[in-house]
Ligand binder design. Structure first.
Ligand code: ZN
Ligand code: ZN
Length: 261
């Protein structure tokens, strides 16, 4: 499989993944042109995308979904509550490209996609696990809490994009209005750097994982701080980098971590 976050952060999210035969995007939260450019950058072409999966209706995950579907005739997959919440903002979508995920499972060619519930302030937000043969990649961002359900899906994954959204002190003392701070810190908000580190302790086991930290806040975090905070939490738990797991950062503005596994 190939797994590559094209963009990751509060300003827009999109992830490319492929198996031998299937090519998919998870979210397309930037203008279509940006997604096309990012795909080109990693040697892919938007016309070859078989499906776009949507995690939830917030615009940092959906901005380019409608445009790409119309331009390249790509089916869009989401659960029914997410469809209801996002359909107005997507614009006109061909009936046959409106695909509703039922029973949390979809198969695209030789790729199996399972969705799972995440805790976030959207209609019915989902994480996704993508598998092919015995390989598995998971997306877990926009998490108010790191639930047992999410943990169960992640513990046997090879590659994980995990949220490390904010530094709690930067958020608390930063410029956001009080209500927004409370929303982000709530159990339907976003995972802090500290909580991200604790989440990783939870899923560290005999299965070696490549973990990519992503969905960083532009205002309340920066990559070096996120990385170091997580490393410190792992060190305290005696988890060894590159032996127990490997850690990297997703980039906000360009493709990162092109992982073949
Ligand atoms: Zn969101
Ligand atoms: Zn988001």
């Amino acid at each position: 499989m190939i797994f590559c976050p094209l963009y990751s952060g509060s300003s827009g999210n999109s992830i490319f993944a492929s198996s031998d035969k299937a090519k998919v995007l998870i979210d397309a939260g930037l203008p279509g042109k940006h997604i096309e450019k990012a795909l080109e950058h990693i040697g892919q072409n938007a016309k070859d995308i078989d499906a776009i999966f949507v995690t939830h209706e917030h615009t940092d995950h959906t901005k380019g979904v409608g445009v790409l579907s119309r331009k390249y005739d790509i089916p869009i997959y989401a659960n029914s509550a997410t469809w209801e919440a996002m359909s107005k903002t997507l614009g006109k979508i061909k009936t046959e490209n409106i695909r509703i995920i039922e029973n949390n499972y979809i198969n695209i060619k030789d790729m199996d996609i399972t969705s799972y519930e995440i805790s976030h302030d959207a209609a019915a937000p989902s994480g996704y696990s993508l598998s092919h043969k015995n390989k598995k990649a998971c997306i877990a961002t926009d998490l108010g809490v790191f639930s047992e359900e999410v943990s169960n899906h992640l513990e046997d994954a090879d590659v994980i994009l995990l949220e490390s959204n904010h530094d709690i002190q930067m958020l608390k003392f930063g410029p956001y209005p009080y209500n927004l701070k409370r929303r982000i810190l709530s159990n339907v908000g976003h995972l802090s750097n500290d909580d991200c580190g604790k989440a990783i302790i939870n899923i560290t086991n005999s299965k070696f994982k490549k973990i990519i930290l992503g969905h960083l806040s532009k205002t309340n975090n920066y990559p070096e701080l996120a990385y170091q905070t997580v490393v410190n939490v792992l060190k305290d738990a005696k988890i060894k980098l590159d032996k127990d797991l490997c850690l990297s950062m997703a980039k906000r503005d360009m493709p990162s971590n092109y992982i073949e596994f």
